[in-house]
Design a protein around this ligand. Structure first.
Ligand code: BTN
Length: 255
């Protein structure tokens, strides 16, 4: 018989702010500034951000009306949060688990239109082929912060998707806090599971298709248990753990 240590339940403490530069920076500052640091599971949600950040140094437009939230996880807690994060390099799996949580939220509304939800490795969630949400995982000073930006009713770019598209015939759309609550519950549930790779694989954007990884042509094969992207290249099957995947034929809606 094998035994595994009991997973720590991830509880959330939600702090709402009207405006901040970036919920990522806000949380890192909170974690640094106060004498008793905020616990793992502390969430900052902002009505708007003045310097919202995306991956690769890009900015994330954050007008009022969207969901902008970040979760704090102390790195020493990572392994204890559930089997999904046990084993080496848990930080590689965090954005994928966060993406699955957003996908669970987007596909879990009663009466919603059956639009396909996909994950673009490692950090984007697509609805009906356009970007619905971006995820930013950053780790420093012994802490990881997982940020979610979700378009609710308005899309910051004309080519992005919004959650409201799931409800085309009604003005009664999910409120931001209900969306956040579902994402957090789904994230906690995803940590307790061991099927992350298969689940991301099943939703992988452009699986089997051609893409570019830092300029090199690849074919997307799937996702490894570690969270790495499996890519066929001229040199054989590679496990990609960082960098940007782009689609030369424009099969993505925004950077
Ligand atoms: C991306 O697609 O490049 C990731 C975008 C992440 C945006 C979210 S909004 C909440 C949190 N605060 C930030 O400044 N960024 C993340």
């Amino acid at each position: 018989m094998t035994t595994t240590p009991a997973a720590r339940t991830l509880n959330f403490w939600i702090r709402h702010v009207q405006s901040t530069d970036s919920t990522q920076d806000h949380l890192f500052r909170m974690a640094r500034a106060i004498s008793s640091p905020p616990p793992t599971g502390t969430v900052v949600v902002a009505d708007r951000q003045t310097r919202g950040r995306g991956r690769e140094g890009r900015s994330w437009l954050s007008p009022a009306g969207g969901l902008y939230a970040s979760i704090l996880v102390h790195e020493h807690d990572l392994h204890a949060l559930g089997p999904a994060l046990s084993g080496p390099a848990p930080l590689l799996r965090l954005p994928l688990l966060a993406g699955l949580a957003v996908a669970d939220m987007a596909s879990g509304w009663e009466g919603a239109a059956p639009l396909p939800v996909a994950i673009k490795w490692p950090n984007d969630v697509f609805l009906d082929g356009r970007k619905l949400a971006g995820i930013l995982c950053e780790a420093k000073e012994g802490r990881a912060v997982i940020g979610f930006g979700v378009n609710l009713v308005d899309a910051p770019l004309p080519t992005a998707a919004t959650l409201a598209e799931l409800f085309p015939h009604t003005a009664a759309r999910p409120a931001r806090d209900a969306v956040l609550e579902r994402i957090l519950a789904a994230f906690a549930a995803r940590l307790a599971r061991t099927d992350m790779a298969a689940e991301v694989d099943a939703r992988l954007w452009q699986k089997g298709g051609r893409a570019l990884h830092n300029g090199t042509e690849i074919v997307l094969q799937g996702v490894a248990e570690s969270g790495a992207l499996l890519a066929q290249t001229e040199r054989g099957l590679l496990e990609i753990i960082s960098g940007e995947i782009t689609f030369p034929d424009g099969k993505e809606s925004q950077p």
